[in-house]
Design a protein around this ligand. Structure first.
Ligand code: ADP
Ligand code: FDM
Ligand code: MG
Length: 213
């Protein structure tokens, strides 16, 4: 029998919704219980030259025009597109902390009139499509109560409120609505973890049974 292809699993949500926590737990779980290799990625990938420009922008030590930084975030995903595709084709599952959903909603939340959600989506078209996007849903106030925000550029309550609203709009987009599973991220870490595992199990089965090529 041919080797099963790997799956592309994405975590999304507001800052402090628990993405990095759940991403690490899922990677560990799949490594122990799954039958495939697992690659753990995060965007932005701050290790590349483009990623370092993004890091400086987020830290506030450099400025970028809104469209330019949007395209740099996108280019930072395209840098790894081939790596992701090859991994999946070779049977490795890829788990990603943020993807193009963040790319679109954070840029659109800036309320720049020539940078709406539709414009933001364009440079992302053609990137490997996730088999599942786990949207860790929490309101901005509860997220902020998990230790307060840091000093990065977008870690402000009004920005986070707009980001959450825009994540809602991404969810009803015809092309994407079946990819996204909403998880109540306000529950305790173990409860969220179980919900994630169950949603991932269903998504993996759907791919392996041929329901989703
Ligand atoms: P993100 O990557 O989405 O910004 P993190 O995983 O870094 O979020 O979590 C942010 C903070 O909240 C961390 O201190 C983490 O330990 C804590 N945390 C994560 N998940 C939960 C949860 N379900 N309940 C309470 N605190 C959580
Ligand atoms: N972010 C992240 C964007 O604005 N666009 C993107 O494409 C991506 C992937 O960068 F404020 C924002 C979202 C967040 C910051 O934070 C990255 P973390 O803590 O590295 O996830
Ligand atoms: Mg994180």
């Amino acid at each position: 029998m041919a080797t099963k292809r790997g799956k592309l699993i994405v975590f999304e949500g507001l800052d402090r919704s628990g993405k990095s926590t759940q991403c690490a737990r899922l990677v560990e779980y799949l490594r122990q219980n799954g039958s495939t290799d697992v690659k753990h990625l995060r965007f932005p990938d701050r290790t590349t030259p483009i990623g370092q420009m993004i890091n400086n922008y987020l830290a506030g030590s450099s400025q970028q025009e809104d469209h330019v930084i949007h395209l740099l975030f996108s280019a930072n995903r395209w840098e790894l597109a081939q790596t992701i595709e090859s991994a999946i084709a070779g049977g490795t599952t890829v788990v990603v902390d943020r993807y193009y959903y963040s790319g679109c909603v954070y840029s659109a939340a800036k309320q720049n009139p020539s940078l709406d959600l539709a414009w933001c989506r364009h440079p992302e078209i053609g990137l490997p499509r996730p088999d599942i996007c786990l949207f860790l849903d929490i309101n901005a106030e509860d997220a902020a109560n998990r230790g307060g925000y840091g000093n990065e550029r977008y870690e402000k309550q009004d920005m986070q409120d707009r980001v959450r609203g825009l994540f809602g709009e991404m969810r009803i987009h015809e092309d994407e609505k079946d990819d996204i599973v909403v998880i109540d991220a306000g529950k305790d870490i173990e409860t969220v973890e179980k919900c994630v595992q169950e949603a991932v199990r269903v998504a993996i089965e759907r791919v392996d049974s041929g329901d989703r090529p």
